[in-house]
Design a protein around this ligand. Structure first.
Ligand SMILES: [Zn+2]
Ligand SMILES: [Zn+2]
Length: 240
């Protein structure tokens, strides 16, 4: 018999085992991880020092100065923010979102709070990082669009998931892939279809994870080439 919590749209049946520690998830709002694994997941709250451009973690203590990691100098976006580190509950949530179009209530609230802290409300349109049509078909949805919808509902900003497209099907980024290899796979992969909707706009690009920044940078580059004024990036997690 199906549990009364069973939702046919969700394979994440509740109650279930925490995808991080295997313990029991007591609260549905926590999604794929238990509350103690959430407590062991570092989220950014403004008390730390991050690179003022790419959001790389620089130190635990807050610096009053504007600081840059300098590794992101060549990247084309203006500012990038993530809700927290790609670890524990955030890793479980990002991996789960690749399997099913579901974002837990806990992650939504962390993500929206990060948006509010980051002074991103001057963005004019949210653009999810696109998947190639082949991968979108395989997966059935684009996880970045699910994140964009969550943000749109909370902020009232509109989502444009059609103006930026990924024309080349690139292999899934493997953990062992180095920075250079990743960059080669995304270079020239993006294209703007409806230039008039991008021209003069401040764009908020959203994605599940920020790794080397190359995907966001190539998206930003093509958006700016087509007239975008500024490009900000907001992701659920950052890997390095
Ligand atoms: Zn756990
Ligand atoms: Zn940086």
């Amino acid at each position: 018999m199906l549990s009364k919590f069973y939702d046919p749209l969700l394979t994440l049946v509740f109650p279930h085992a925490c995808r991080v520690c295997g313990g029991s998830v007591e609260n549905f709002a926590d999604g794929p991880a238990c509350s103690s694994c959430w407590e062991n997941t570092r989220v950014f709250d403004g008390s730390e020092t991050l690179c003022s451009k790419c959001g790389a973690f620089l130190s635990e203590a807050r610096s009053e100065r504007v600081v840059y990691c300098r590794r992101c100098d060549d990247q084309s976006f203006d500012r990038a923010f993530a809700a927290g580190f790609y670890e524990n509950a955030l890793t479980a949530s990002v991996l789960n979102l690749k399997r099913e179009p579901f974002i837990s209530k806990r992650l939504k609230s962390i993500f929206i709070k990060r948006f509010e802290q980051s002074d991103l409300n001057r963005s004019e349109v949210i653009i999810p990082v696109p998947l190639s049509s082949k991968r979108r078909l395989e997966r059935g949805f684009n996880q970045a669009e699910i994140i964009a919808d969550v943000l749109s509902k909370a902020t009232g900003l509109s989502v444009d998931s059609r103006s930026l497209v990924r024309k080349i099907h690139t292999p899934v980024h493997r953990a062992g892939m180095d920075r250079k290899a990743r960059e080669l796979t995304v270079k020239n992969a993006f294209e703007v279809k409806r230039k008039n909707l991008i021209n003069g706009k401040t764009v908020l690009l959203v994605d599940d994870i920020f790794t080397s920044g190359s995907t966001a940078s190539y998206c930003a580059k093509v958006l700016k080439k087509n007239g975008a004024n500024e490009v900000f990036v907001l992701t659920l997690a950052r890997a390095d």
